[in-house]
Design a protein around this ligand. Structure first.
Ligand code: SF4
Length: 223
């Protein structure tokens, strides 16, 4: 049985910060191995996997990428890809025309402007085709060890349910969470909250009775 919630309606920022830290500490116990679920062996592979994962499951992306990375081992290879062929190869990930265009555009910029190396800064990453703050934070946090809040569909839903933000805009959510979560935990928090969203706090019918943070959640039993 979960502990009773004691969250005040008019919660101060200080109290919210303490609650957020408690949530992080419970997530550390619940999901000690939380990680990005895309399969990758390099920053380039993670970057391409992220571009493919928009509106698609990581599981589906992971079925497509092994063949893709064998055929196109470097940014230069991707930059020279035949667009129609690439579209066909990534067809099962959805939005294949837009994604093929982004991958070729992104790889061309990497090959021409970055010696084929995926950059390590938000500014440089978000200048690449098909790369927004979410993808940049995935690469920075999971590959380069630069902490980042990754606002995907799970973080968006759960951070609102937990009342850690009241925003729906991903960038605003990211900055709201920056103020509440210790910086060194940003990537872990993102990955573990994603795991919680996949296994307990479903979009429809979340399992509040089985939720380890229900006593810290104002939405417990109300969704
Ligand atoms: S108590 Fe329910 S709504 Fe809140 S985080 Fe847990 S599963 Fe989600």
């Amino acid at each position: 049985m979960n502990k009773k919630t004691s969250i005040k309606k008019s919660e101060s920022q200080k109290a919210k910060k303490e609650r957020a830290r408690e949530i992080v500490s419970i997530l550390e116990e619940e999901y000690p191995k939380a990680r990005c679920h895309l399969d990758y062996e390099s920053a380039l592979e993670l970057l391409i996997g992220c571009i493919l994962s928009a509106q698609c499951t990581d599981k589906m992306v992971n079925t497509v990428t092994p063949g893709l990375f064998e055929k196109y081992p470097t940014a230069a290879h991707f930059s020279r890809a035949d667009r129609l062929e690439l579209e066909d190869e990534i067809h099962s990930c959805g939005f294949f025309r837009a994604k093929a265009k982004s991958i070729i555009g992104c790889a061309t910029a990497l090959a021409e402007d970055h010696d084929g190396v995926v950059p390590k800064t938000m500014d440089e990453l978000t200048k690449l085709a098909g790369v927004g703050r979410k993808t940049a934070n995935v690469v920075l946090g999971n590959y380069y060890g630069v902490p980042g809040i990754i606002v995907d569909t799970h973080i968006k839903r759960l951070s609102n349910r937990l009342n850690l933000t009241q925003n729906s805009d991903p960038t605003k959510i990211e900055f709201d969470l920056h103020k509440l979560i210790p910086e060194e935990k940003w990537t872990f928090f993102s990955n573990s909250l994603g795991d919680h969203g996949r296994t307990v706090c479903f979009a429809r019918k979340p399992k509040c009775d089985d939720c380890a943070v229900s006593h810290l959640c104002p939405s417990a039993g109300k969704v």
